[in-house]
Each structure stands twice: as C-alpha cells, then as structure tokens.
Design a protein around this ligand. Structure first.
Ligand SMILES: N[C@@H](CCC(=O)N[C@@H](CS)C(=O)NCC(=O)O)C(=O)O
Length: 201
C-alpha cells in the first residue's frame, strides 16, 4: 500500500498528480505543515524527518524528498511512460534532470524569488545559467528529455504553476506550460488536492 503524506497546495500536490498519471492505488494522509505565512505547524502524524511534505510510505518503507519519491514511484510502475527504467536510452537524462531540479532549479529559483540573487553573485550566476539552459533545451525540443513527456516535466511545471516568475518571461516556457498542464490527471489531482481531509477513494 502507498500512503502519501500530503498538505494541500504544497510540494506534495505534484505527487498526487504523478500518482494519478500512474493510475496507482494510494491513500492520502493529510498532515499539517509550517506555512510561509506563519500558520500551521509540524505534525506528529508525519514521519518525514523534518515534518515536511512530500513523504511516501510503501509497505512500511519511508521515502522522502520529491526527487526520490518521483524516481521510486516511476521505478515501481516501469510500464508507465513517465519514468525511464534502467537500460532506457533516456535513463541518464532522467536521473540528471531529477537531481538538477532538486539541486539547482529549485534552490536557484528560491534564491531569485526571495531576493538572494540580487546580492549573491554565485547564486545570481547559477540562476542565470539555469534559466538559459532550461529555455535553450525547451527551444530545441518539446519536453526536458526530448520528444516525450516525463515525470521531470511534472516537477518543473508544478513549480511554474506555483509561481510563473521563477523563470523569465518566455514564449517557449508559456507554450511548454500550456502543453504539460493540459492533462486529465492534473485536473483530477487538483480536485483531490483541495479535499480537506480523509482518504482518496
Ligand atoms: N526538498 C524538499 C522540500 C520539501 C518542502 O520544503 N516542503 C514544504 C511544503 S512545499 C514543507 O513541507 N514545508 C514545511 C516545513 O518546512 O516545515 C522536497 O522537494 O521534497
């Protein structure tokens, strides 16, 4: 059994999107989290070491960090088209973008959003290089890995849905967003995300 620790409108929302794409059977454990506006707080029901979301329990095994959760789930459903299994020609690119999203895109975007890039030349360079790279890739191909959508597109698109301004204005990005977010699984995920409590059935 898969159990997702989830707080509405947070980084666990994108895992609901992925679970819906996979057609997985899962339940949701709604947990409280500390919110940026000062509301909420750590929830004893949440086994995440920092009481964050997402965290996933699979038959008693805990997986946390979005990149790990996404890779774990797409490996668990090898027939789904959103992952790239070992041996797939895009496996290396898949793992690279999973790590790049967690280790570069999100920290650089957060630094930009919170004003750190204005005073930190290292972060400023990283942010500018990251934006140039993402836009360059999406100018040459429709998705991050090439011709077919993958779970790394879900990660990037969900961050952009949360805040479009994490990347510069760009028709390429706007077109990409329109395509990646036009999916029935995302509509289902949005509805589930907004449920206040209880299990998904
Ligand atoms: N790097 C983590 C970040 C997780 C994270 O920051 N989650 C936020 C919700 S969007 C959270 O749980 N915040 C509550 C807290 O930090 O206490 C991941 O991607 O899984």
């Amino acid at each position: 059994m898969l159990t997702l620790m989830h707080a509405p409108m947070s980084r666990s929302s994108r895992i609901i999107w992925l679970l819906e794409e996979l057609g997985a059977e899962y339940e949701i454990r709604y947990v409280d989290i500390r919110r940026r506006d000062g509301s909420g707080g750590p929830d004893e029901k949440n086994p995440h070491p920092h009481k964050q979301v997402p965290a996933l329990l699979h038959d008693g095994v805990l997986i946390w960090e979005s990149a790990a959760v996404v890779q774990y789930l797409t490996d668990l459903y090898p027939d789904c088209s959103l992952g790239r299994s070992p041996g797939h020609p895009e496996r290396g690119a898949y793992l690279s973008w999973l790590a790049y999203n967690a280790g570069v895109i999100e920290p650089a975007a957060y630094a930009h959003f919170s004003g750190v890039t204005a005073s930190d030349p290292g972060f400023s360079r990283l942010y500018n290089e990251m934006c140039a790279h993402v836009i360059d890739v999406l100018t040459r191909q429709p998705y991050l890995l090439g011709e077919k959508i993958s779970a790394v597109d879900l990660l990037l698109a969900s961050a952009l849905q949360w805040m479009r301004k994490i990347l510069p204005e760009s028709e390429v990005i706007d077109r990409y967003m329109a395509v990646v977010t036009n999916r029935p699984a995302l509509l289902r995920a949005r509805e589930i995300d907004s449920k206040p409590s209880g299990f998904h059935d």
